[in-house]
Design a protein around this ligand. Structure first.
Ligand code: NAD
Length: 517
């Protein structure tokens, strides 16, 4: 990503920020920070545009939005280059984590839209069934604020924006100030596909713009970012009684069982710890390996870690790990490694920053870590494999759960049933067996964190409906002049109701209620 520096304000008083590449320190972009007034003006435009967009039939919305995949595929080279320049990502990472993820999300949600968002008649239960009909209407919320972080800046902007737009909302997208062009591209492919300009608008800026958006009067906030910001957003949304989803940080544990395929586990450990320069909310941040297989597992991890290459986006050489995406992440990584070293950890590979004109941290492998160290407790977000030995799987589960975070986790075992049993004991929003970091991309799976890792879930079956108000319309079947339980009541009214209780719930009839469920 980038180094963000203030510039002199514009003549009309807007703050400006300059971004320099973390790969080579070269200036790459400038943004003008949108003020509270800019946010309010954008909201007014969005409200008008949303009214018309909501009238577009769902199938037609899906057809239009689906065109964004074609626009992205056509212009992928520009998007990949932008991601490499802005973030320092390797080419493979830009394609894998951003372009493929974005194409896949757009395709998937467009395919689900008609099924999940069209009006639906629902069968009623018990005695209600002969009396009433239920039509479910999935009503757009209005204008949704989408606020995104810097580590997966394109895919994490595309996914919620597309869902909200398909559901008939307008979106005000506030990308991270560290990766603003990803937000522009997310909007651009949708506009080029035919989504009206004011249905998706991008607001640029830092926390000031984000806070203004949260308070502007939108109907929902979809936030992805840090725990600290998430708390502020939750408080602001609570005061306004508007819903939010918070996708926050993680400290995901990987458990290597005594029967794991150690080669796969070691390859997986290194990849999932270092991918995206370690800047993955559900990347592997701590590893617990059972003592009986620890020697061999650590040997393999060392061998693989030593071969991992790093380098900048402007080089043609193939490397696995790019630059750090944000200069401010470096002191956090350095302090966690220093703290681990001071408390007795062994740095086997790497363990230092490289200052060769850019911002890099060497691919690193650390062993003998424990829970007294920041590296096992706080989000490090660096290309670091941290391994702790445990006696057995039970101890691994205890250690994995000894965390303020609960985003995701992984269990590595040859025995799926055993893995599932361990998974059920982990206090995390999702669990992988013999893989890690992919649950956000498994779009059918609800995604969200337990504990401090978030509030609410995104993706999964309820995803598109999460951007609607689910409005039941209850229709009387018979349209009689009056109902038995309406006024006037007589001596018989209560008696008849009591008879109903007796027969409906106190005889064999009660069994009928369970039929067809
Ligand atoms: P951040 O919280 O600093 O910023 C995220 C966004 O919020 C940015 O756009 C920022 O400008 C904006 N913002 C800052 N202050 C704000 C305020 N007071 N009100 C409204 N908006 C405000 O997070 P970051 O450093 O950009 O992102 C990294 C964090 O995101 C890590 O903790 C990572 O784990 C987490 N993350 C979580 C997920 C997930 O799905 N759970 C995915 C990616 C990243």
């Amino acid at each position: 990503m980038a180094i963000v520096e203030p510039l002199s304000p514009t003549p009309d008083g807007h703050r400006r920020l300059r971004l320099r590449s973390t790969s080579n320190n070269e200036p790459i972009h400038e943004i003008t920070v949108n003020t509270k007034e800019d946010v309010e003006a954008a909201l007014a435009r969005a409200r008008e545009a949303q009214k018309e967009w909501a009238k577009v039939p769902v199938a037609e919305r899906a057809r239009i939005v689906r065109g964004a995949v074609d626009r992205l595929v056509e212009q992928r080279e520009e998007v990949i280059q932008m991601l490499r320049d802005d973030c320092g990502k390797t080419r493979a990472e830009a394609i894998m984590i951003e372009v493929i993820a974005a194409c896949d999300a757009i395709n998937h949600w467009c395919a689900c839209a008609e099924r999940d968002l069209s009006d639906e008649v629902r069968k009623l239960h018990g005695f209600m069934r002969p009396l009433k009909k239920l039509v479910m209407h999935y009503r757009p919320l209005g204008v949704v604020g989408v606020i995104t972080p810097w580590n997966g800046p394109f895919a994490l902007a595309v996914n919620p924006t597309v869902q909200a737009v398909l559901a008939g909302n307008a979106v005000l997208l506030k990308p991270s100030e560290v990766a603003p062009r990803s937000g522009d591209w997310a909007a651009r492919i949708l506009h080029e596909a035919g989504v009206p300009q004011d249905v998706v608008q991008v607001l640029h800026g830092d926390g000031e713009t984000g806070a203004a958006l949260v308070r502007a009067g939108v109907q929902k906030i979809s936030f992805t970012g840090s725990v600290a910001t998430g708390r502020k957003i939750a408080a602001a949304c609570a005061e306004q009684l508007i819903p939010c989803t918070l996708e926050l940080g993680g400290k995901d544990a990987m458990i290597v069982c005594s029967d794991a395929d150690l080669e796969r586990a070691a390859n997986g450990a290194v990849f999932n710890s270092m991918m995206n320069s370690g800047h993955v909310c559900m990347g592997v941040e701590r590893i617990y390996v059972v003592e009986s297989v620890a020697d061999e597992f650590e040997r393999l991890v060392e061998e693989i870690s030593r071969k991992v290459r790093y380098g900048g986006a402007d080089s043609d050489e193939v490397v696995e790990v790019g630059a750090l995406y944000w200069d401010r992440q470096l002191p956090i990584i350095e302090s966690h490694v220093a703290d681990a070293k001071r408390k007795g950890a062994e740095i086997v590979v790497g363990g230092e920053a490289v200052n060769n004109g850019g911002w890099f941290y060497k691919p690193t492998y650390i062993r003998k870590v424990d829970h007294s160290m920041d590296i096992m407790r706080k989000e490090t977000f660096g290309p670091i494999v941290s391994i702790m030995r445990v006696k057995d799987e039970d101890e691994a589960i205890r250690m994995a759960n000894d965390s303020d975070y609960g985003l995701s986790g992984s269990v590595w075992t040859e025995d799926d049933d055993k893995g599932i049993e361990i998974a059920k004991q982990l206090e995390t929003g999702s669990v992988h067996l013999n893989d890690a970091s992919i649950s956000y991309g498994v779009l059918e799976a609800p995604f969200g964190g337990m504990k401090e890792s978030g509030l609410g879930q995104v993706n999964g079956k309820g995803a598109l409906r999460g951007y609607t108000f689910q409005q039941p319309i209850i229709i009387d079947r018979w349209k009689r002049k009056t109902e038995q339980h309406w006024y006037p009541h007589t001596e018989k009214t209560a008696e008849e109701l009591e008879q109903a209780v007796k027969y409906i719930y106190g005889t064999w009839l009660k069994k009928l209620w369970f039929m067809g469920k």
